[in-house]
Ligand binder design. Structure first.
Ligand code: QV4
Ligand code: CA
Length: 512
């Protein structure tokens, strides 16, 4: 009987670790600050056809609107209500996007901000994305409705009311994160409101949630919310499918709260991944690419089945959150493409690709003064659409890393090698490495300051393959390097350290 209960609990929790990706798809892309109308188009014209599995969207609920024309991107992390109108669009646009993306096999994951409402200094009025009245001073949010009874201040013991010390877990969970009004998730009323919000989205067809600021909430409270959640909409998902939950917990070690406290509730963001891989590709701290032979759990990362991995996110690409200067971003395109390629080729974790907008970086004493800048916008503060140029890249300040040929092709690579083991490792004791994924794909990196010139065992069937980094297979032609794999599975690779992208990737779907 006990065993049965244990198994049942285990089954329940494991369900929330499954992203329910469809048709052999494997990766999620974060379309940071995109409008719903643009995401719907992108699902149909690009993400669906190129094998992307899902989109993490920016918070869809009503948020504070700050200044004119200031409007920092982070205003969306200050909820005013759970009405579904935001900087990205209206509820009907949101619903249309979810339907259209689902219909082409692309899942939607919602960024759920449920730890807090707006900052204590957010004032009074209707400066909110749906125009709802609120008063941050008296903690009144009538369109939820929350009142001052629904916040944690009575439990917080710091004099400022803010989190002052991350080695005190009570502060971290019961006090205000940078003054954000902290919700009393121990109350059934608050749990019900949060679950209603998430259930509305589940019923609309989303596949799960990136839960914001999870370190700042008690696992027991999250469990109570999670038990209230509906199964996914059976129009697109299997019966009894639970929403995929991935929790933002920054755990680089050394704090009172650690990632394993949340493993039973869903996956957890593995922030060590990008911080370490950035250090390796930058060759800082005497790191070398050859040390990644045991990449994953061997590097002290969380168990594979718990991890959601990424090179950078919307915080640490601009100095917020964790990871510091080691984090690679689109600002360092050569190393960035290599590290994203490495991540997508490697079997560890559920992978998330970042898609950003440009902003005017302006460093003073090492700090970017413009780390607040919001998405490309019109004069009235509304977000600009994402125009697609004839060469398929994006215009108007949208970076669209996910459309870069090398990254898009590695998303496809991951689908092609899905389920295959990590095989045929080779390294030169320095920064040249290669590995395969069973008999489906093979990748070679040269991050040394000299050429790579080697014959390697690929594990692939003999034939001519098109490198999907320097080009790609188009019809029966190859626009990049061609790699000849012998009947013994061996192939010769030459990668100059001066190549635009000093890595090569081949897979069975790019065989000529
Ligand atoms: C400031 C001061 C406070 C002061 C207050 C007075 O810092 O000490 O009390 O003014 O009014 C913004 C401002 C911040 C301001 C705050 C409240 O940057 O200076 O406080 O608003 O007005 C994003 C941004 C934050 C932003 C927040 C809310 O990164 O800068 O704060 O949105 O708009 C930790 C957490 C982790 C978190 C990470 C950034 O453990 O959970 O920090 N990451 C997530 C999101 C992130 C988001 C939040 C959490 C909050 O990924 O984007 O913060 O929802 O590591
Ligand atoms: Ca809290």
């Amino acid at each position: 009987m006990k065993l049965f209960v244990l198994l049942a609990l285990f089954g329940l929790s494991v369900a929330q670790h499954n992203p329910h990706l469809r048709q052999g798809r494997t990766s999620i892309v974060h379309l940071f600050e995109w409008r719903w109308a643009d995401i719907a188009e992108e699902c149909e014209r690009f993400l669906g056809p190129n094998g992307f599995g899902g989109v993490q969207i920016s918070p869809p609920n009503e948020h504070i609107v700050l200044g004119s024309p200031w409007r920092p991107w982070w205003q969306r992390y200050q909820p005013i209500s759970y009405n579904l109108c935001s900087r990205s669009g209206s509820e009907s646009e949101l619903r249309d996007m979810i339907t259209r993306c689902n219909n082409v096999g692309v899942n939607i994951y919602v960024d759920a901000v449920i730890n807090h409402m707006c900052g204590a200094g957010g004032g009074e009025g209707t400066h909110s994305s749906c125009g709802s009245w609120f008063n941050a001073g008296t903690k009144d949010f009538p369109s939820v409705p929350y009142s001052n009874l629904d916040f944690n201040d009575y439990k917080c013991r710091t004099s400022s009311g803010n989190i002052e010390n991350y080695s005190d877990k009570y502060q971290v969970r019961d006090c205000r994160l940078v003054s954000l009004l902290d919700l009393a998730l121990e109350k059934d009323f608050v749990r019900d409101k949060v679950a209603d919000f998430m259930n509305k989205l589940i019923d609309m067809g989303v596949a799960g949630f990136r839960v914001d600021a999870v370190k700042h909430m008690w696992p027991g409270d999250l469990d109570a919310v999670s038990r209230r959640l509906h199964n996914l909409n059976s129009k697109w998902f299997p019966d009894d499918a639970k929403p995929f939950i991935f929790q933002e917990v920054i755990d680089l070690g050394g704090e009172a709260i650690s990632a394993p406290e949340y493993f039973h509730l869903g996956r957890v963001t593995e922030f060590k991944y990008g911080a370490k891989l950035g250090t390796v590709f930058r060759k800082w701290n005497n790191e070398k690419l050859c040390y990644t032979r045991n990449w994953g759990e061997g590097w002290g990362f969380m168990p594979n089945g718990n991890a959601l991995v990424f090179i950078d996110n919307h915080d640490n690409q601009r100095g917020h959150g964790a990871g510091g200067a080691a984090i690679l971003t689109f600002w360092d395109p050569r190393l960035y493409k290599m590290s994203v390629g490495f991540m997508l080729a490697h079997p560890y974790g559920v992978t998330r690709v970042m898609s950003s907008f440009h902003w005017d970086r302006h460093f003073v004493n090492g700090k970017d003064q413009n780390d607040w800048m919001g998405p490309p916008s019109h004069g009235n503060g509304s977000t600009k659409p994402v125009p697609i140029k004839p060469d398929q890249t994006c215009g108007d300040g949208w970076v669209c890393e996910h459309r870069w040929r090398q990254i898009k092709n590695m998303v496809i690579f991951r689908n092609v090698v899905n389920g295959q083991p990590f095989t045929n490792w080779w390294d030169n004791n320095s920064n040249q490495v290669a590995f395969g994924r069973g008999n489906r794909g093979f990748i070679v990196f040269n991050n040394d300051d000299w050429d790579l010139n080697m014959t390697l065992s690929t594990g692939l069937p003999g034939g001519v393959y098109c490198d999907v980094i320097s080009g790609q297979k188009e019809g029966n032609a190859c626009t990049g390097k061609q790699i000849h794999v012998g009947s013994d599975g061996r192939a010769h690779f030459f990668i100059s350290n001066k190549d635009e992208d000093p890595f090569v990737a081949i897979h069975v779907d790019a065989k000529l």
